[in-house]
Ligand binder design. Structure first.
Ligand code: 2BA
Length: 109
């Protein structure tokens, strides 16, 4: 068994949740925040048999798309200028960032 952890954009999350459940994957959807943009994204955790990992990856790939996002300059409050970017920067935000972990044990009580 594997645990798939997928960080996706909020805009793709409803569609992805729907398609995963339609394909009978057990899914938990968590509200999360990206460390770099400090804006909301969605993290899915999906526990599934090894043989179904490729299908889950295919559905994630097909339903999550890359988008460009601008980071507006934010004035450093509190005097910490370490993370200050003085001009707008465009970054390409994935599609999906996916981790696949082995599951040692799985219990449901
Ligand atoms: P964020 O951390 O908000 O990052 C959003 C996008 O900003 C990233 O897209 C990347 O294009 C850019 N970015 C991130 N760190 C950067 C840096 N130090 N310098 C320049 N650009 C940077 P993605 O790579 O597609 O990541 C989308 C989201 O996936 C991330 O949101 C984060 O929530 C998650 N993620 C990405 N890599 C991860 C990792 N190694 N571990 C845990 N979560 C990760």
């Amino acid at each position: 068994m594997k645990l798939i952890v997928a960080v996706v954009q909020d805009q793709d999350s409803s569609k992805l949740l729907k398609i995963l459940t339609e394909h009978h994957f057990g899914v938990t959807k968590l509200a999360s925040t990206g460390g770099f943009l400090k804006s909301g994204n969605t993290t899915f955790i999906i526990g599934c048999d090894d043989v179904r990992v490729d299908k889950a990856l295919q559905l994630i790939k097909e339903n999550c798309r890359k988008r460009d996002q601008m980071i507006a300059p934010v004035s450093p409050m509190g005097g910490n200028a370490d993370s200050y970017v003085p001009y707008p920067v465009e970054v390409e935000v994935g599609g999906a960032t996916v981790f696949i972990l082995p599951v040692e044990q799985f219990h449901q009580f």
